[in-house]
Each structure stands twice: as structure tokens, then as C-alpha cells.
Design a protein around this ligand. Structure first.
Ligand SMILES: [Zn+2]
Length: 245
């Protein structure tokens, strides 16, 4: 399995990174996980758009899905004609992309599969999805292939489901969208320290912090997460490639 960070900027695209987008590859299969604002251009550094085999969307906030509009254009009007592609997402995904695109016919290109909590087979990946704590329906994902495990938090506040999905994971790619401040609203984002607590509770091997706000001090995020986790922590960076084998 190979994980490429296409974009890891929190909430909005930043000057050096798109919003959330990750490319997960195994056995020649390319799965894009989230397609946030600014992601589609950067994604082409790592794969041609005709080479994407499936997309999985954690939720339908713009910083996680809005570039699906441009991806629809690319796959509908490609030189090879319409290139259909499966899109796994929350219940409202088809309607939401159609509205954003102002075209009701997006299902001609996208084969929508509604995610429910539990197990899904996407290409060579066994994917376990679970609802996490965010204001809209949001999934975290546990991706398994060849005995390796990558867990992605989506966007979430504190979540026992996330701990279960990250159990003994080789990599927990976890959002840390909040700074360390008092009186943060629950059910929205994690601080880096809380991400570390989730990684520790799950027994994950490596914690990678993502959904990072450019205004927060990355050294403080690393320190907070490392303190709580006690294991290795790194910050996601655009273009970063993590090999699991
Ligand atoms: Zn969100």
C-alpha cells in the first residue's frame, strides 16, 4: 500500500497545499480519498485523472469534496469519452454534487455507492467505514491491504468509533483541526493532543497529523500530540509519500 498526501490544509486550501485529498494505491489500483478545494490540480502530479479507479468521500463539506465538480468534467469530457468511476460517499452525495455542478446528470459518469457503517470492498482494499463526530454525516475509514492498515479520521471531534477503526493501525492519519484552546465546541474537530490520545487508545504505530491550519504553530501540534501519544508523530505535507509493506 502506498499513501500520498495530495492536500492536507485545514478547512480551506492554503498557499502551499490544497484542502484534504489523499491517494491510496495498491496492486495498481488508485483510490482517491476526499477531493477538497484545490485538490484536482495537485492530484495530477501523482496520477492522470483517467487513471483514478475509485473515489471515497468522508463527508460533504467543501474542503473534502468540492473538486468532484471538476473531476466530473474531466471524466465526462475526456478524449476517450465518458470514463465512469465509482464514488463512495454519504447518502446525499449524488444530489450534492449535482447541485454544486448545476447538472442533474452526474450519475452518467459517477457510479454512486452510498456508504453505511461497516465493511466495503473497494478494488483491492477492505474498507471499514464508521460514523464519527461532526455536524454532518461523516465517515472515518480503515483501509486494509496485504496485512497493512491505514486509518483516516475524516473530520471528527472525540470519537470512540475512530479509536476502534484505528486499532493497531500502521498509520493513523488524523485530523488536528483545532488549536489547544479552552472551551472548544464538541463534535467538530480534534486538537493535536486529542489526536495523540486517540492514537494511544488505539495502539496505532504512527500518527500523522493532518487538516492543519496554517495559522497554528506546527511545533506545538507535534509536541501536544507526541506528549499524549508517546509514539512517533509527524505532520502531513503535500507530496509526502508513505510506503507500507
Ligand atoms: Zn468537515
Amino acid at each position: 500500500m502506498r499513501l500520498t498526501v495530495v492536500g492536507c490544509s485545514g478547512s480551506i486550501p492554503g498557499p502551499h497545499s490544497p484542502a484534504s485529498c489523499y491517494l491510496l494505491e495498491a496492486d495498481g489500483f488508485r483510490l482517491v480519498v476526499d477531493m477538497g478545494s484545490g485538490a484536482l490540480g495537485a492530484l495530477q502530479r501523482y496520477t492522470g485523472l483517467a487513471g483514478v479507479d475509485a473515489v471515497a468521500l468522508s463527508h460533504l463539506h467543501a474542503d473534502h469534496f468540492i473538486d468532484m465538480c471538476s473531476f466530473w468534467v474531466a471524466r465526462t469530457y475526456s478524449p476517450q469519452g465518458v470514463l465512469r468511476v465509482p464514488v463512495y460517499g454519504p447518502a446525499d452525495t449524488a444530489a450534492r454534487i449535482a447541485r454544486a455542478n448545476d447538472d442533474p446528470d452526474v450519475a452518467g459518469t459517477f457510479e454512486f455507492v452510498t456508504l453505511v457503517p461497516g465493511c466495503h470492498q473497494i478494488g483491492p482494499f477492505t474498507v471499514t467505514a464508521g460514523h464519527v463526530a461532526h455536524p454532518v454525516e461523516t465517515f472515518a475509514f480503515r483501509f486494509e491491504h496485504g496485512g497493512q492498515v491505514v486509518t483516516y479520521s475524516g473530520d471528527t471531534g472525540e470519537s470512540a468509533v475512530l479509536v476502534e477503526l484505528a486499532r493497531s493501525a500502521d498509520i493513523l492519519l488524523c485530523e488536528a483541526g483545532f488549536p489547544e484552546l479552552p472551551d472548544l465546541p464538541p463534535g467538530l474537530h480534534l486538537t493535536a493532543r486529542q489526536a495523540g490520545q486517540h492514537a494511544a487508545a488505539a495502539g496505532a504505530r504512527l500518527l500523522v497529523l493532518t487538516h492543519l491550519d496554517a495559522d497554528y504553530d506546527p511545533a506545538a501540534s507535534l509536541a501536544g500530540a507526541g506528549d499524549a501519544f508517546g509514539g512517533p508523530v509527524s505532520l502531513a505535507a503535500p507530496g509526502q509519500v508513505l510506503h507500507l509493506d
